[in-house]
Design a protein around this ligand. Structure first.
Ligand code: 5GP
Length: 200
């Protein structure tokens, strides 16, 4: 069997619960590795450098762009975010499955470079539910929430460019659905080239 890893990309509007789903998935699937992104955003309380993000200043981030060290990057809510390329390449080569939790602009860039990447859009069950989650989370100011809601409408419009949509009404159910997607994707013929060729 081919030893190439699966490149999973998870996105969704802020408040859809993609972080929670991603953490729950990683807990259940020890073979899955999370890519740590680089960002110019300042750390939130409790966030740890090199664990949650590589917190960089704009100068270093721009140098990474210039040197081609990022697989993708995008400006999200006034800060830059990007996926370090070397970790993704190394993991895939080693046959490790990898997950990126990134915004839609980045996800579509990844799909262009890696057509075999599997794009999963985490959707909230409804607009009402999304609004409720953003307000009860209590981490952001009202105007920030309003902005995130406006962005969510735009993001949901491009959800049909993803390979799969997972509605996060219950985290456990969303995780189960993603596990099924992983199983199905691993069964695609391009993962069995060596096996199929061995019969020639
Ligand atoms: P936060 O600042 O709340 O951690 O993340 C804000 C947004 O940036 C989220 O939608 C998150 O998915 C996205 N994001 C995080 N890392 C990356 C990345 O490496 N690339 C892109 N394009 N978006 C990212």
């Amino acid at each position: 069997m081919e030893k190439k890893g699966l490149l999973l990309v998870l996105s969704g509007p802020s408040g859809a619960g993609k972080g929670t789903v991603c953490r729950a998935l990683l807990k259940n699937e020890p073979y899955l590795r999370l890519s740590v992104s680089a960002t110019t955003r300042t750390p939130r309380p409790g966030e740890v450098d090199s664990v949650d993000y590589f917190f960089l200043d704009s100068e270093v981030f721009n140098k990474m762009i210039k040197d081609g060290d990022l697989l993708e990057y995008a400006k999200v809510y006034n800060n830059y975010y990007g996926t370090p390329l070397s970790f993704v390449e190394k993991s895939l080569k080693e046959g490790r499955d990898i997950i990126l939790e990134i915004d839609i602009q980045g996800a579509l860039q990844v799909k262009k470079k890696y057509p075999e990447a599997v794009l999963i859009f985490i959707a909230p069950p409804s607009r009402f539910d999304l609004k409720k989650r953003l307000f009860t989370r209590g981490t952001d100011a009202r105007e920030v929430i309003e902005k995130r809601l406006r962005c969510a409408s735009g993001e949901i419009k491009v959800a049909d460019r993803y390979d799969y949509i997972v509605v996060n009404d219950q985290v456990a159910r969303a995780v189960e659905q993603i596990r099924s997607i992983i199983t199905a994707e691993k069964s695609r013929p391009h993962n069995f080239k060596s096996l199929l060729n061995s019969f020639n």
